[in-house]
Design a protein around this ligand. Structure first.
Ligand code: SF4
Ligand code: SF4
Length: 222
């Protein structure tokens, strides 16, 4: 009979399954350049996210800073497939250090501690004014309210959703253009584009030839 595992064999399965979110204690990894801002994205309050603990999708009530994944279901961006190793192993985030697939107690202890949010990672006042404005206009709670009104208010509710999507889209273009911020950092600064995450409401955005948005129901096969 196979003995239960009691140490890490560096098989990489956990790195291929998902990526960590940052705890507050991980913030220096960003300032010191181990993790670039473009390696991260924000999950905003109210956004649907995969809960690694419960193995299910949930709407988050806490802002999270996640390490990017390589693609859907292809694991953490820092995992080197050829070398079968973490490229930042000596400086990996707290959740990775605590992870032991045979015993979750240390991971749970670390996971319960305060998570990093954008305030811990971004210290630029101008950017934060824009982040606040974006939150005011594009909060998931606001979007949720509009989506729920589609049935009763029809076109008016759809128009409100389109305005939110448009603001989100425009500010994403404006920040790199006006402030010289790397466009790869926008998913950290503003969270993922609403034109993608709108899928959590069962909706899809189609871009018309004139650049305007058209809202439609998400095809369950897409
Ligand atoms: S913690 Fe477990 S799954 Fe992760 S690399 Fe080690 S042995 Fe593999
Ligand atoms: S940071 Fe390193 S240890 Fe953590 S999930 Fe990514 S590849 Fe694995």
């Amino acid at each position: 009979m196979e003995r239960p595992r009691d140490h890490c064999i560096r098989c990489g399965e956990c790195c291929l399954r998902s990526s960590p979110s940052l705890q507050i204690t991980d913030a220096p990894l960003v300032y010191e350049g181990v993790i670039k801002r473009s390696d991260l994205y924000s999950v905003r309050v109210g956004e649907l996210v995969w809960d690694n603990i419960r193995d299910e999708l949930k709407v988050t009530d806490t802002e999270l800073i996640k390490v990017r994944e390589k693609g859907s279901g292809e694991g953490c961006v820092f995992y080197d497939d050829a070398e079968k190793a973490c490229t930042i192993y000596g400086h990996r985030p707290a959740q990775c250090k605590a992870l032991a697939c045979w015993d979750e107690s240390e991971f749970m202890r670390v996971y319960a501690k305060p998570k990093a949010g954008r305030k811990e990672i971004i210290h630029d006042h101008t950017l934060f004014r824009l982040i606040d404005e974006h939150e005011k206009r594009c909060a998931y709670a606001q979007l949720d309210k509009c989506v729920k009104k589609i049935e009763s208010d029809g076109e008016k509710a759809v128009e409100n959703i389109l305005q939110i999507l448009k603001f989100d889209h425009d500010i994403r273009c404006l920040i790199p253009e006006k402030l010289g911020v790397d466009s790869d950092e926008i998913d950290l600064i503003l969270g993922r584009s609403l034109t993608k995450t709108i899928a959590m409401f069962g909706l899809k955005v189609v871009r018309k030839p004139d650049g305007s948005f058209f809202l439609t129901v998400l095809d369950s096969s897409s």
